[in-house]
Ligand binder design. Sequence first.
Ligand code: ADP
Ligand code: ZN
Length: 735
Amino acid sequence: GDSIDLFGGETSRHAPGRVVPVLVPMPADKAYSYRVPDGMAVQPGSIVQVPLGPRQVAGVVWDATEEPAVDPKKLKSITQVFDCPPLSRDMRAFLDWVAAYTLSPPGLVARMALRVPAAFDPEPMVEGLQLTDRRPDRMTPARTRVVETAADGFRWTRSGLAHAAGVSTSVVEGLRAQGVFETTFMPPPPVVAPPDADYAATELEEIQREAADTLVAAAAEKTFSVSLIDGVTGSGKTEVYFEAIAETLRQGRQVLILLPEIALTAAFLDRFEKRFGAKPAEWHSDLAPRTREKVWRQVSEGGVRVVAGARSALFLPFENLGLIIVDEEHDPAYKQEDRVFYNARDMAVVRARLGDFPVVLVSATPSVESRVNGEVGRYRPIHLRTRFGAAAMPDLGLIDMRRHPPERGGFLSPVLLSAIGKAVEKGEQALLFLNRRGYAPLTLCRVCGHRFQCPNCSSWLVEHRFRNQIQCHHCGYAERTPEACPECGTLDHLVACGPGVERIAEEVDRHFPQARTIVLSSDLMGVKRLRLELEAIAKGEADIVVGTQLVAKGHNFPMMTCVGIVDADIGLANGDPRAAERTFQLLSQVTGRAGRTGLKSRGLLQTYQPQHPVMQAIVSGDAEAFYAREIGERERAVLPPFGRLASVIVSADTRADAETHARGLRQAAPQVSGITVLGPAEAALAVVRGRHRFRLLVHGRRNSDMQAFMRAMIAAGPKVRGSVSVQLDIDPQSF
Ligand code: ADP
Ligand code: ZN
């Protein structure tokens, strides 16, 4: 097991000092060798501090592969071993696996597991005060309150006690000086209380019960399996997987719940608490540094039993992980496209396989990949086809925009406006969805036709009227909305082309001046504000909500009875073979916000292509037909999951450098039967942040070794020089 020191045996007898490989959080291809000073105990997985150039960095002692060829005397020594649990063998195997699969330097992958350096030191003990038998010579009302408050035998912190007694800390300090309190040291409180598997179990409907039994049986087996809960919005998927969580908690093992939009899932945390009596620990990029450290530490020591987190939570060093849930498994947010390109959904399955425990994928609209895996028996499909209780699916309809056009200058058809009006009149809520931030996607001059383009990217600047800015959505460039055209100088002749959420809200205000309208968009508010707004909407404090895809995910608005999709065609135009799947998923999810209670509800989709298979699938509610068609097309074109894809993105400061390098790679591609290279072509966004980008797409058969091919191509290709950088993306999102 891990406690055996693999480096202590033969080598140490021959070598003057022991040498171990240490993976440092750098883009290096392999672990570096370091000397272990006499008297220091390390084992594979130990988290250590080592000198790297002029700096000291945290690294992990890795598993020995071969005898280091270097003279140990020339090696630098490990500076210290941190007092925290070593990364387990499973975790190390997982990090190695992710590195090999994604073709990323192992050090960069390890860095994701070590991102919280301060957590490696044990949490400091907290000073606590405990009441003794001594009493002060002179009692005052304030002193009496303090003594009475502390009489419960609980160990208080000084400020905590002062606060609870309603006195200043100097009163408490005065009592301590007289020996009324003695100082003790206690471990810091846990970040979250332990959940109780049997706190408030939900009584499930029969079909839910069957689904839950299947999951509980899988959890009870304590071996690797993949279940796919495929159930309509509101069918009780969450209730059902809570049962698998309960079973795992009873086994004394930890649970990880992955959510695509964790910063917005306050409602989920509350719901978990109602079922299990305590909240899960949260893990996402918005956590305060101190909280991050504590969570990391307590997850590694086993004190935190359940984590609900964003994709990066997959790299937490759980002490005893026994179950992973991937909610909304189809969500594109699970794909990280930065440094290490990975899909957390797929890597969750890998982590479960290496750790030999079950994983549950959950969605109302599973990815085509997961559907196929369910059909061929690789995953265990679990269907929930009806909504829970009295809730019915919304009545869905298409609005043919050619026949029911909006009034001049508007974007909302009279049919949709009338439906919104009816909902608002009844005291219910309406939601308008448009996946476009800002006021207008394009601004131009009416006189000369000048378009405002980002100086750093090949994209148009988007007008944000609330902020009086035009912004680039790719690099963050922003400037004040100009009053005059920079090209022809004409004043006040700028026209906004097309709608963004702000412009839709303006149109709504014109038609329903009395209604309370809220715009929800990530650029308008931080996470805290968003959470408050979402709560307010759930409480009925808004009549009409206009929002981007933030509103699509997982929220439960009981009074929402009318959902309008402003532009259902928006995602279909980009020529990506995944566009139909994505549009289907997004539109199903948004319309699924309607009718979560017994109220009659409607979903209306504004479209110029009412005959499109995606529109037909949505209104007919026939997901099966949609998947059958989509899967058939993928199979014919040998696209994932029937074939494999990888892409190479070459970027450089000049177009020529990027293109030359990409062409060089293409020429270096080995001849392998079944694998073809397409491109290079300019990337969909040809310039981002001043970097010119070219893309190669590699297509293989299901059994092609894409990683070997990519490695060979990179090795034989031109050396990366100057401003050129190359990013590899296995299983790219768009293709
Ligand atoms: P999904 O995850 O499929 O969207 P949820 O688990 O969120 O569905 O359930 C939808 C709503 O129905 C939630 O408010 C949930 O509390 C409620 N619900 C589902 N099943 C039950 C049940 N068996 N008993 C009570 N409430 C339930
Ligand atoms: Zn830009």
